[in-house]
Design a binder for this molecule. Structure first.
Ligand code: MG
Length: 357
């Protein structure tokens, strides 16, 4: 059922928001068709984590996680971190956020206060603040309490330009002025900043009342300071936060937009044992599960070890690994499995866990 193409559907389904290939086709067929066509530096059509206009990085994102509170985080921390991270992965330092609250009639004020306090603490952690916003209330219904939209702008820093200078030193023809999904080239190394699948499994456990031995906690956190630290080392060509659709979706987006193949070694992908076992039990591919505090980084091979060392020197990057590299030998994402074979890692059709962000 989940494999039906968009053309067979006459109404919006959960799959249209699930971050997989159905959502990608929906965005091309509808959103880009009507809203595309700008002359922005990085336009809507790039479908990157954020856009760029007049050298300002701009991002808007809405958060619909169910339940509002889950192990390791809540919708407030998610709404601040998610938008900050999407701005950061282009190489920008976020400057400020907006916050649109859509509250459902009946939401306990103590829950709203808990969410706002969490947003405040996350803003302080990132040193990026909400400076304008809006509040609306709708009738009791299907929101599950509230939906939060945050938008944000970000600017180039000295570290942004230093990073690009390092890339150009090793790749003189490099033209891009931001870190984009389309910048990956053969031989670039692929780094994953930490364990995969934690967020999606934590939300799923809260949705279904499951427990997986020791508690699996969401990794949700703002990554702007970590990204700026990595840009000071330099040599990063492409970068994403592997949210909906997980690592699998992020790698396939690199592959499609950069027109290169990617070879990944399964045994090098950082993953908590509890997450691996829970995914096996539930029949979920952990590579398709969303993350909210991780980076997938394409980096010039000559400096990959330096970027890895910088990551490992931080709390949020201490389990980072070089998991593979870009190649001209094929034009898809291929995974070298633990048992020795190779298989194509197709982009996910939808998200195995709904409403996680
Ligand atoms: Mg993103």
């Amino acid at each position: 059922m989940a494999r039906l193409g968009v053309r067979h559907m006459e109404h919006i389904t959960m799959a249209h928001g699930a971050g997989g290939s159905i959502m990608a086709k929906f965005i091309k067929d509808y959103i880009l068709r009507y809203l595309g066509g700008s002359k922005a530096d990085v336009p809507l059509e790039a479908l990157d984590d954020a856009a760029v206009v007049n050298d300002i990085v701009l991002k808007s994102d809405s958060y619909t996680v169910k339940p509002l509170f889950f192990p390791g985080g809540d919708i407030g921390r998610l709404a601040v971190s998610g938008t900050i991270n999407d701005i950061s992965v282009l190489g920008a330092q976020p400057a400020a956020l907006t916050c649109g609250l859509i509250l459902e009639e009946g939401l306990p004020l103590k829950d709203l206060e808990r969410i706002l306090l969490s947003m405040k603490e996350t803003c302080e952690e990132a040193d990026v603040y909400v400076i304008t916003g809006d509040t609306k209330v709708v009738e009791r219904g299907a929101l599950g309490g509230c939906v939060i939209n945050t938008s944000g702008i970000g600017f180039r820093t000295e570290a942004t330009d230093h990073n690009l200078a390092v890339v150009k030193k090793y790749r003189p023809g490099f033209k891009a002025s931001w870190i984009l999904d389309s910048n990956l080239r053969a031989r670039d190394k692929i780094i994953v900043s930490g364990t995969i699948g934690d967020h999606g499994l934590a939300v799923l456990s809260a949705q279904e009342g499951l427990s997986f031995g020791s508690e699996i906690k969401s990794d949700v956190r703002p990554l702007n300071k970590l990204v700026q630290r990595l840009l000071e080392v330099g040599g990063i060509t492409a970068m994403k936060d592997p949210t909906r659709g997980g690592l699998s979706n992020a790698l396939n987006e690199f592959c499609e937009k950069s027109n290169v193949g990617i070879l990944i070694h399964e045994d090098r992908i950082p993953m908590k044992e509890d997450v691996r076992i829970a995914c096996e039990m539930l029949g979920i591919d952990p590579l398709e599960v969303g993350n909210e505090g991780k980076l997938v980084i394409g980096v010039i091979p000559e400096v990959a070890e330096e970027v890895l060392a910088a990551l490992r020197g931080t709390e949020e990057g201490k389990e980072a690994e070089i998991v593979g590299e870009a190649t001209e030998e094929f034009n898809m994402v291929v995974i070298q499995t633990v048992v020795g074979g190779k298989r194509v890692l197709m982009p996910p059709v939808g998200d195995p866990v709904p409403r996680i962000c």
